[in-house]
Design a protein around this ligand. Structure first.
Ligand code: NAD
Length: 434
Protein backbone atom coordinates (compact mmCIF):
# COMPACT_ATOMS: atom_id res chain seq x y z
CA UNK A 1 0.00 0.00 0.00
CA UNK A 2 1.22 3.51 -0.83
CA UNK A 3 1.34 6.92 0.80
CA UNK A 4 -0.56 9.27 -1.45
CA UNK A 5 -1.39 12.99 -1.55
CA UNK A 6 -4.34 14.38 -3.50
CA UNK A 7 -4.30 18.09 -4.32
CA UNK A 8 -7.78 19.61 -4.72
CA UNK A 9 -10.82 18.16 -2.96
CA UNK A 10 -13.61 18.93 -5.40
CA UNK A 11 -15.83 16.28 -6.96
CA UNK A 12 -12.81 14.49 -8.45
CA UNK A 13 -10.17 15.00 -5.73
CA UNK A 14 -12.34 14.07 -2.78
CA UNK A 15 -13.81 11.00 -4.48
CA UNK A 16 -10.30 9.93 -5.59
CA UNK A 17 -8.86 10.42 -2.09
CA UNK A 18 -11.70 8.63 -0.34
CA UNK A 19 -11.72 5.71 -2.83
CA UNK A 20 -7.93 5.26 -2.64
CA UNK A 21 -8.12 5.19 1.17
CA UNK A 22 -10.97 2.69 0.98
CA UNK A 23 -8.74 0.20 -0.89
CA UNK A 24 -6.05 0.57 1.77
CA UNK A 25 -3.74 3.42 0.80
CA UNK A 26 -2.87 6.18 3.23
CA UNK A 27 -4.16 9.39 1.71
CA UNK A 28 -3.78 13.06 2.60
CA UNK A 29 -6.10 15.40 0.74
CA UNK A 30 -4.92 18.99 0.37
CA UNK A 31 -7.08 22.01 -0.42
CA UNK A 32 -6.50 25.75 -0.16
CA UNK A 33 -10.11 26.29 0.93
CA UNK A 34 -9.79 26.42 4.73
CA UNK A 35 -13.51 26.20 5.43
CA UNK A 36 -13.79 23.09 3.26
CA UNK A 37 -10.80 21.43 4.91
CA UNK A 38 -12.14 22.13 8.39
CA UNK A 39 -15.46 20.57 7.43
CA UNK A 40 -13.76 17.48 6.00
CA UNK A 41 -11.50 17.10 9.04
CA UNK A 42 -14.70 16.91 11.07
CA UNK A 43 -15.99 14.18 8.76
CA UNK A 44 -18.44 16.26 6.70
CA UNK A 45 -18.37 16.05 2.93
CA UNK A 46 -18.65 19.47 1.24
CA UNK A 47 -20.41 17.87 -1.73
CA UNK A 48 -23.36 15.52 -2.15
CA UNK A 49 -22.37 12.25 -3.76
CA UNK A 50 -24.13 8.95 -2.97
CA UNK A 51 -22.02 6.79 -0.62
CA UNK A 52 -19.26 9.38 -0.20
CA UNK A 53 -20.00 10.58 3.31
CA UNK A 54 -20.08 7.11 4.90
CA UNK A 55 -16.92 5.97 3.15
CA UNK A 56 -15.18 9.18 4.17
CA UNK A 57 -16.08 8.80 7.86
CA UNK A 58 -15.03 5.16 7.85
CA UNK A 59 -11.55 5.87 6.47
CA UNK A 60 -10.98 8.90 8.71
CA UNK A 61 -11.81 6.69 11.69
CA UNK A 62 -9.46 3.98 10.43
CA UNK A 63 -6.61 6.53 10.14
CA UNK A 64 -6.11 6.20 6.42
CA UNK A 65 -7.61 9.52 5.36
CA UNK A 66 -6.37 12.98 6.34
CA UNK A 67 -7.07 16.56 5.30
CA UNK A 68 -4.86 19.64 5.36
CA UNK A 69 -4.42 23.08 3.84
CA UNK A 70 -0.63 22.71 3.95
CA UNK A 71 0.99 21.32 0.82
CA UNK A 72 4.24 20.69 2.66
CA UNK A 73 2.46 18.56 5.25
CA UNK A 74 0.50 16.66 2.61
CA UNK A 75 3.52 15.96 0.42
CA UNK A 76 5.64 14.69 3.30
CA UNK A 77 6.33 10.99 2.63
CA UNK A 78 4.01 10.97 -0.40
CA UNK A 79 5.21 8.51 -3.01
CA UNK A 80 2.50 9.61 -5.40
CA UNK A 81 0.78 13.00 -5.71
CA UNK A 82 -2.50 13.33 -7.60
CA UNK A 83 -3.40 16.70 -9.13
CA UNK A 84 -7.19 17.15 -9.06
CA UNK A 85 -7.67 20.92 -9.09
CA UNK A 86 -10.11 22.66 -11.40
CA UNK A 87 -9.39 23.60 -15.02
CA UNK A 88 -12.28 26.01 -15.59
CA UNK A 89 -13.16 27.69 -18.84
CA UNK A 90 -11.49 30.96 -19.78
CA UNK A 91 -13.41 33.64 -21.64
CA UNK A 92 -12.14 32.40 -25.03
CA UNK A 93 -13.29 28.83 -24.21
CA UNK A 94 -9.79 27.48 -23.55
CA UNK A 95 -8.89 25.74 -20.26
CA UNK A 96 -7.53 27.86 -17.42
CA UNK A 97 -4.39 26.08 -16.26
CA UNK A 98 -3.45 28.54 -13.52
CA UNK A 99 -4.45 26.17 -10.67
CA UNK A 100 -2.63 23.21 -12.20
CA UNK A 101 0.52 25.26 -12.79
CA UNK A 102 0.42 26.57 -9.22
CA UNK A 103 0.24 23.00 -7.92
CA UNK A 104 3.20 22.04 -10.14
CA UNK A 105 5.24 24.81 -8.48
CA UNK A 106 4.03 23.74 -5.01
CA UNK A 107 5.15 20.20 -5.75
CA UNK A 108 8.54 21.32 -7.04
CA UNK A 109 9.29 23.38 -3.96
CA UNK A 110 8.01 20.88 -1.41
CA UNK A 111 8.85 17.31 -2.43
CA UNK A 112 11.81 15.70 -0.74
CA UNK A 113 11.79 12.21 -2.26
CA UNK A 114 11.34 10.62 -5.68
CA UNK A 115 7.68 11.14 -6.56
CA UNK A 116 5.18 10.23 -9.25
CA UNK A 117 2.80 13.08 -10.06
CA UNK A 118 -0.52 11.92 -11.51
CA UNK A 119 -2.66 14.43 -13.37
CA UNK A 120 -6.36 13.68 -12.88
CA UNK A 121 -7.52 17.14 -13.88
CA UNK A 122 -8.74 17.42 -17.46
CA UNK A 123 -5.93 19.25 -19.25
CA UNK A 124 -5.30 20.10 -22.92
CA UNK A 125 -2.93 17.95 -24.93
CA UNK A 126 0.65 18.94 -24.08
CA UNK A 127 -0.13 20.14 -20.54
CA UNK A 128 1.49 17.19 -18.77
CA UNK A 129 4.73 17.94 -20.62
CA UNK A 130 4.38 21.51 -19.39
CA UNK A 131 3.74 20.35 -15.81
CA UNK A 132 6.88 18.20 -16.07
CA UNK A 133 8.98 21.14 -17.24
CA UNK A 134 7.57 23.51 -14.55
CA UNK A 135 8.43 20.94 -11.88
CA UNK A 136 11.89 20.25 -13.33
CA UNK A 137 12.53 23.99 -13.52
CA UNK A 138 11.48 24.79 -9.92
CA UNK A 139 12.61 21.58 -8.24
CA UNK A 140 14.46 22.32 -5.00
CA UNK A 141 15.50 18.87 -3.74
CA UNK A 142 17.76 16.55 -5.66
CA UNK A 143 15.00 14.03 -6.45
CA UNK A 144 13.26 12.59 -9.53
CA UNK A 145 9.66 13.57 -10.29
CA UNK A 146 7.80 11.74 -13.04
CA UNK A 147 4.51 13.17 -14.39
CA UNK A 148 1.84 10.72 -15.54
CA UNK A 149 -1.49 11.48 -17.24
CA UNK A 150 -4.43 9.66 -15.64
CA UNK A 151 -7.61 11.43 -16.75
CA UNK A 152 -10.73 10.96 -14.67
CA UNK A 153 -13.96 9.52 -16.09
CA UNK A 154 -16.22 9.47 -13.03
CA UNK A 155 -19.79 10.69 -13.39
CA UNK A 156 -21.16 13.01 -10.74
CA UNK A 157 -24.10 11.32 -9.04
CA UNK A 158 -22.42 7.89 -9.23
CA UNK A 159 -18.79 8.85 -8.65
CA UNK A 160 -18.02 6.39 -5.84
CA UNK A 161 -19.71 3.57 -7.73
CA UNK A 162 -17.71 4.54 -10.83
CA UNK A 163 -14.39 4.36 -8.96
CA UNK A 164 -15.03 0.69 -8.28
CA UNK A 165 -16.87 -0.12 -11.50
CA UNK A 166 -15.33 2.17 -14.12
CA UNK A 167 -14.96 1.05 -17.73
CA UNK A 168 -11.22 1.82 -17.85
CA UNK A 169 -8.34 3.58 -16.16
CA UNK A 170 -6.18 5.41 -18.69
CA UNK A 171 -2.49 5.77 -17.86
CA UNK A 172 -0.38 7.94 -20.12
CA UNK A 173 3.40 7.88 -19.66
CA UNK A 174 6.61 6.93 -21.41
CA UNK A 175 7.88 5.35 -18.19
CA UNK A 176 7.02 1.69 -17.76
CA UNK A 177 8.10 1.88 -14.14
CA UNK A 178 5.69 4.75 -13.36
CA UNK A 179 2.86 3.00 -15.23
CA UNK A 180 3.48 -0.13 -13.17
CA UNK A 181 3.15 1.86 -9.93
CA UNK A 182 -0.13 3.49 -11.03
CA UNK A 183 -1.51 0.16 -12.17
CA UNK A 184 -0.54 -1.45 -8.87
CA UNK A 185 -2.17 1.37 -6.87
CA UNK A 186 -5.43 0.93 -8.77
CA UNK A 187 -5.34 -2.86 -8.92
CA UNK A 188 -7.86 -3.40 -6.04
CA UNK A 189 -10.51 -1.43 -7.97
CA UNK A 190 -10.50 -4.24 -10.54
CA UNK A 191 -10.97 -1.80 -13.41
CA UNK A 192 -9.13 -2.50 -16.70
CA UNK A 193 -6.06 -0.30 -17.25
CA UNK A 194 -5.28 1.09 -20.66
CA UNK A 195 -1.69 2.26 -21.14
CA UNK A 196 -0.70 4.81 -23.73
CA UNK A 197 1.54 7.83 -24.28
CA UNK A 198 0.89 11.09 -22.42
CA UNK A 199 -0.64 13.06 -25.29
CA UNK A 200 -2.99 10.27 -26.35
CA UNK A 201 -4.17 9.91 -22.73
CA UNK A 202 -4.93 13.63 -22.58
CA UNK A 203 -6.81 13.39 -25.87
CA UNK A 204 -8.82 10.30 -24.80
CA UNK A 205 -10.49 12.41 -22.09
CA UNK A 206 -11.50 15.28 -24.40
CA UNK A 207 -12.49 12.97 -27.25
CA UNK A 208 -14.67 10.88 -24.90
CA UNK A 209 -16.53 13.89 -23.52
CA UNK A 210 -16.89 15.42 -26.97
CA UNK A 211 -18.28 12.16 -28.32
CA UNK A 212 -20.85 11.88 -25.53
CA UNK A 213 -21.86 15.51 -26.02
CA UNK A 214 -22.23 14.79 -29.74
CA UNK A 215 -24.57 11.89 -28.99
CA UNK A 216 -26.73 14.19 -26.87
CA UNK A 217 -26.86 16.99 -29.42
CA UNK A 218 -27.51 14.44 -32.19
CA UNK A 219 -30.57 12.96 -30.49
CA UNK A 220 -31.74 16.46 -29.57
CA UNK A 221 -31.67 17.50 -33.22
CA UNK A 222 -33.53 14.30 -34.15
CA UNK A 223 -36.07 15.19 -31.44
CA UNK A 224 -36.60 18.64 -32.95
CA UNK A 225 -37.32 17.05 -36.33
CA UNK A 226 -39.60 14.47 -34.66
CA UNK A 227 -41.63 17.30 -33.14
CA UNK A 228 -42.24 18.82 -36.56
CA UNK A 229 -43.19 15.42 -38.03
CA UNK A 230 -45.30 14.22 -35.09
CA UNK A 231 -42.95 11.28 -34.44
CA UNK A 232 -41.88 10.16 -30.96
CA UNK A 233 -38.16 10.58 -30.22
CA UNK A 234 -38.33 8.16 -27.31
CA UNK A 235 -39.37 5.33 -29.60
CA UNK A 236 -36.83 6.48 -32.19
CA UNK A 237 -34.03 6.38 -29.59
CA UNK A 238 -35.15 2.98 -28.30
CA UNK A 239 -35.23 1.60 -31.82
CA UNK A 240 -31.80 3.08 -32.60
CA UNK A 241 -30.27 1.92 -29.33
CA UNK A 242 -31.08 -1.73 -30.06
CA UNK A 243 -28.33 -1.56 -32.67
CA UNK A 244 -25.21 -2.51 -30.71
CA UNK A 245 -23.05 -0.30 -32.92
CA UNK A 246 -25.05 2.69 -31.67
CA UNK A 247 -25.77 1.59 -28.09
CA UNK A 248 -28.70 2.71 -25.97
CA UNK A 249 -26.85 5.13 -23.66
CA UNK A 250 -26.81 8.90 -24.03
CA UNK A 251 -29.76 8.92 -26.38
CA UNK A 252 -32.20 10.78 -24.13
CA UNK A 253 -33.58 13.86 -25.79
CA UNK A 254 -34.00 16.81 -23.47
CA UNK A 255 -32.87 20.33 -22.73
CA UNK A 256 -29.24 19.53 -23.39
CA UNK A 257 -26.13 18.80 -21.39
CA UNK A 258 -24.80 20.95 -18.55
CA UNK A 259 -22.45 20.47 -15.62
CA UNK A 260 -18.85 21.29 -15.02
CA UNK A 261 -17.39 19.09 -17.79
CA UNK A 262 -19.20 18.78 -21.11
CA UNK A 263 -19.72 22.52 -21.76
CA UNK A 264 -16.14 23.46 -20.90
CA UNK A 265 -14.43 20.39 -22.37
CA UNK A 266 -16.20 20.67 -25.73
CA UNK A 267 -15.20 24.33 -25.99
CA UNK A 268 -11.64 23.52 -24.91
CA UNK A 269 -11.35 20.83 -27.59
CA UNK A 270 -12.45 23.33 -30.25
CA UNK A 271 -9.60 25.53 -28.98
CA UNK A 272 -7.10 22.66 -28.86
CA UNK A 273 -7.95 21.85 -32.48
CA UNK A 274 -7.79 25.54 -33.43
CA UNK A 275 -4.30 25.79 -31.96
CA UNK A 276 -3.10 23.29 -34.54
CA UNK A 277 -5.13 25.02 -37.26
CA UNK A 278 -7.91 22.47 -37.37
CA UNK A 279 -11.48 23.70 -37.54
CA UNK A 280 -13.53 21.21 -35.50
CA UNK A 281 -16.77 22.00 -37.31
CA UNK A 282 -18.79 19.06 -36.01
CA UNK A 283 -18.07 19.92 -32.38
CA UNK A 284 -18.92 23.59 -32.94
CA UNK A 285 -22.32 22.40 -34.17
CA UNK A 286 -22.74 20.21 -31.08
CA UNK A 287 -22.16 23.23 -28.85
CA UNK A 288 -24.56 25.42 -30.86
CA UNK A 289 -27.30 22.79 -30.74
CA UNK A 290 -26.92 22.49 -26.98
CA UNK A 291 -27.30 26.23 -26.48
CA UNK A 292 -30.43 26.26 -28.65
CA UNK A 293 -31.84 23.24 -26.84
CA UNK A 294 -31.79 24.98 -23.46
CA UNK A 295 -34.11 27.68 -24.83
CA UNK A 296 -36.55 25.24 -26.35
CA UNK A 297 -38.65 24.49 -23.29
CA UNK A 298 -38.92 28.18 -22.43
CA UNK A 299 -40.02 29.02 -25.95
CA UNK A 300 -42.81 26.45 -25.61
CA UNK A 301 -43.85 27.90 -22.26
CA UNK A 302 -43.85 31.50 -23.52
CA UNK A 303 -45.87 30.50 -26.58
CA UNK A 304 -48.43 28.64 -24.50
CA UNK A 305 -48.62 31.27 -21.73
CA UNK A 306 -48.11 34.58 -23.56
CA UNK A 307 -49.06 36.77 -20.59
CA UNK A 308 -46.67 35.18 -18.16
CA UNK A 309 -45.75 38.34 -16.21
CA UNK A 310 -46.78 38.01 -12.56
CA UNK A 311 -47.76 34.34 -12.94
CA UNK A 312 -46.45 31.76 -10.51
CA UNK A 313 -44.40 29.01 -12.20
CA UNK A 314 -43.00 25.94 -10.43
CA UNK A 315 -39.50 24.81 -11.42
CA UNK A 316 -38.80 21.19 -10.43
CA UNK A 317 -35.13 20.18 -10.30
CA UNK A 318 -32.23 22.63 -10.21
CA UNK A 319 -28.99 20.62 -10.28
CA UNK A 320 -27.49 19.91 -13.71
CA UNK A 321 -28.42 16.25 -13.34
CA UNK A 322 -29.92 13.95 -10.69
CA UNK A 323 -28.03 12.66 -7.62
CA UNK A 324 -25.71 15.64 -7.38
CA UNK A 325 -25.89 19.08 -5.81
CA UNK A 326 -23.63 20.49 -8.55
CA UNK A 327 -25.18 23.60 -10.07
CA UNK A 328 -22.33 24.40 -12.47
CA UNK A 329 -23.71 25.12 -15.95
CA UNK A 330 -27.11 23.78 -14.91
CA UNK A 331 -29.91 24.51 -17.42
CA UNK A 332 -31.89 25.88 -14.48
CA UNK A 333 -29.64 28.96 -14.31
CA UNK A 334 -30.41 30.57 -17.71
CA UNK A 335 -33.99 29.29 -17.62
CA UNK A 336 -34.77 30.79 -14.20
CA UNK A 337 -32.95 34.01 -15.11
CA UNK A 338 -35.20 34.38 -18.16
CA UNK A 339 -38.34 33.79 -16.06
CA UNK A 340 -37.22 36.27 -13.39
CA UNK A 341 -36.45 38.86 -16.10
CA UNK A 342 -40.06 38.48 -17.23
CA UNK A 343 -41.27 39.18 -13.67
CA UNK A 344 -42.52 35.65 -13.19
CA UNK A 345 -42.99 34.47 -9.61
CA UNK A 346 -40.66 31.46 -9.63
CA UNK A 347 -41.01 28.79 -6.98
CA UNK A 348 -38.31 26.14 -7.08
CA UNK A 349 -37.90 22.65 -5.70
CA UNK A 350 -34.86 20.37 -5.61
CA UNK A 351 -34.30 17.47 -3.19
CA UNK A 352 -30.59 18.21 -2.62
CA UNK A 353 -29.27 21.25 -4.47
CA UNK A 354 -31.27 23.98 -2.70
CA UNK A 355 -28.37 25.22 -0.54
CA UNK A 356 -26.08 25.59 -3.57
CA UNK A 357 -28.95 27.08 -5.59
CA UNK A 358 -29.54 29.75 -2.94
CA UNK A 359 -26.04 31.06 -3.57
CA UNK A 360 -26.96 31.59 -7.22
CA UNK A 361 -30.58 32.74 -7.17
CA UNK A 362 -30.60 34.45 -3.74
CA UNK A 363 -34.03 35.92 -3.06
CA UNK A 364 -35.07 36.24 -6.72
CA UNK A 365 -36.97 32.94 -6.41
CA UNK A 366 -38.84 31.04 -3.71
CA UNK A 367 -37.61 27.71 -2.36
CA UNK A 368 -40.35 25.15 -1.67
CA UNK A 369 -39.75 22.29 0.72
CA UNK A 370 -41.87 19.83 -1.26
CA UNK A 371 -43.04 19.32 -4.83
CA UNK A 372 -46.62 19.78 -3.67
CA UNK A 373 -45.81 23.17 -2.12
CA UNK A 374 -44.15 24.26 -5.34
CA UNK A 375 -47.15 23.22 -7.43
CA UNK A 376 -49.79 24.80 -5.18
CA UNK A 377 -51.12 27.96 -6.84
CA UNK A 378 -48.77 27.64 -9.85
CA UNK A 379 -50.02 28.28 -13.38
CA UNK A 380 -47.54 25.82 -14.88
CA UNK A 381 -44.68 23.56 -13.84
CA UNK A 382 -41.43 22.86 -15.62
CA UNK A 383 -39.19 19.87 -15.01
CA UNK A 384 -35.46 20.51 -15.44
CA UNK A 385 -33.82 17.57 -13.59
CA UNK A 386 -35.03 13.97 -13.68
CA UNK A 387 -34.62 13.19 -9.98
CA UNK A 388 -36.33 9.88 -9.10
CA UNK A 389 -38.56 11.82 -6.73
CA UNK A 390 -39.83 13.81 -9.70
CA UNK A 391 -39.77 10.98 -12.26
CA UNK A 392 -41.79 8.62 -10.07
CA UNK A 393 -44.23 11.23 -8.80
CA UNK A 394 -47.84 10.05 -9.13
CA UNK A 395 -48.92 12.14 -12.14
CA UNK A 396 -52.15 13.08 -10.35
CA UNK A 397 -49.98 15.31 -8.09
CA UNK A 398 -49.84 17.85 -10.92
CA UNK A 399 -53.58 18.38 -10.44
CA UNK A 400 -52.70 20.42 -7.34
CA UNK A 401 -52.18 23.22 -9.87
CA UNK A 402 -55.24 25.28 -10.83
CA UNK A 403 -54.92 23.74 -14.28
CA UNK A 404 -52.39 20.92 -14.79
CA UNK A 405 -49.96 22.36 -17.33
CA UNK A 406 -46.57 20.67 -17.43
CA UNK A 407 -43.43 21.37 -19.47
CA UNK A 408 -41.01 18.48 -19.13
CA UNK A 409 -37.41 19.08 -20.23
CA UNK A 410 -36.39 15.51 -19.38
CA UNK A 411 -39.24 13.39 -20.78
CA UNK A 412 -39.98 11.87 -17.36
CA UNK A 413 -43.52 10.66 -18.08
CA UNK A 414 -45.13 8.51 -20.74
CA UNK A 415 -47.60 10.25 -23.03
CA UNK A 416 -50.22 7.61 -22.29
CA UNK A 417 -50.03 8.27 -18.52
CA UNK A 418 -50.50 11.98 -19.02
CA UNK A 419 -53.38 11.41 -21.43
CA UNK A 420 -55.10 9.11 -18.91
CA UNK A 421 -54.64 11.75 -16.17
CA UNK A 422 -55.87 14.64 -18.37
CA UNK A 423 -52.68 16.62 -17.86
CA UNK A 424 -51.60 19.06 -20.55
CA UNK A 425 -48.09 17.83 -21.21
CA UNK A 426 -45.37 19.38 -23.35
CA UNK A 427 -42.17 17.34 -23.58
CA UNK A 428 -39.17 17.12 -25.91
CA UNK A 429 -39.46 15.47 -29.33
CA UNK A 430 -42.85 13.92 -28.59
CA UNK A 431 -46.37 14.97 -29.52
CA UNK A 432 -48.07 17.32 -27.05
CA UNK A 433 -50.79 15.87 -24.82
CA UNK A 434 -53.58 18.41 -24.53
P1 NAD B 1 -13.75 21.50 -8.25
O1 NAD B 1 -13.79 22.90 -8.73
O2 NAD B 1 -14.97 20.88 -7.66
O3 NAD B 1 -12.59 21.34 -7.18
C1 NAD B 1 -11.31 21.86 -7.33
C2 NAD B 1 -10.70 22.02 -5.93
O4 NAD B 1 -9.32 22.37 -6.05
C3 NAD B 1 -11.35 23.14 -5.10
O5 NAD B 1 -11.78 22.60 -3.86
C4 NAD B 1 -10.23 24.17 -4.92
O6 NAD B 1 -10.30 24.84 -3.69
C5 NAD B 1 -9.00 23.30 -5.01
N1 NAD B 1 -7.75 23.99 -5.34
C6 NAD B 1 -7.52 24.96 -6.27
N2 NAD B 1 -6.22 25.31 -6.28
C7 NAD B 1 -5.60 24.55 -5.34
C8 NAD B 1 -4.26 24.43 -4.89
N3 NAD B 1 -3.27 25.19 -5.39
N4 NAD B 1 -3.99 23.55 -3.90
C9 NAD B 1 -4.97 22.79 -3.35
N5 NAD B 1 -6.25 22.85 -3.76
C10 NAD B 1 -6.56 23.70 -4.74
O7 NAD B 1 -13.26 20.64 -9.49
P2 NAD B 1 -13.74 19.17 -9.96
O8 NAD B 1 -15.11 19.21 -10.48
O9 NAD B 1 -13.38 18.19 -8.91
O10 NAD B 1 -12.77 18.97 -11.21
C11 NAD B 1 -11.38 18.84 -11.08
C12 NAD B 1 -10.79 18.45 -12.42
O11 NAD B 1 -11.27 17.16 -12.80
C13 NAD B 1 -11.16 19.39 -13.56
O12 NAD B 1 -10.08 19.46 -14.46
C14 NAD B 1 -12.33 18.68 -14.23
O13 NAD B 1 -12.47 19.02 -15.58
C15 NAD B 1 -11.93 17.23 -14.07
N6 NAD B 1 -13.06 16.30 -14.05
C16 NAD B 1 -14.20 16.61 -13.36
C17 NAD B 1 -15.24 15.71 -13.32
C18 NAD B 1 -16.53 16.04 -12.59
O14 NAD B 1 -17.51 15.34 -12.79
N7 NAD B 1 -16.58 17.07 -11.76
C19 NAD B 1 -15.12 14.46 -13.97
C20 NAD B 1 -13.94 14.16 -14.63
C21 NAD B 1 -12.91 15.09 -14.66
Amino acid sequence: MRTIAVVGTGYVGLVTGVSLSEIGHTVTCIDIDEEKVLKMQQGFSPIYEPGLSDMMTKNINENRLFFTTQHEEGFENAEVIYIAVGTPEKEDGSANLAFVEQVAKDIATNVSRDTIVVTKSTVPVGTNDRIQSIIDHHLVANVKVEVVSNPEFLKEGSAIYDSFNGDRIVVGTASEEAANVIEEINQPFGVPVFRTDVKSAEMIKYASNAFLATKISFINEISNICERLNANVEDVANGMGMDKRIGDKFLNAGIGYGGSCFPKDTKALVQIAGNVEYDFNLLKGVIRVNQYQQRLLLNKLYKRVPNIKGKRIAVLGLSFKPNTDDMREAASIPIIKSLVDKNVEVVTYDPIAIEKAKKIFNSTVQYASSIEDALKGSSAAIILTEWNEIKYLPPSTFKIMEYPLLFDGRNCFSLKTMEDEYIEYHSIGRPTVS
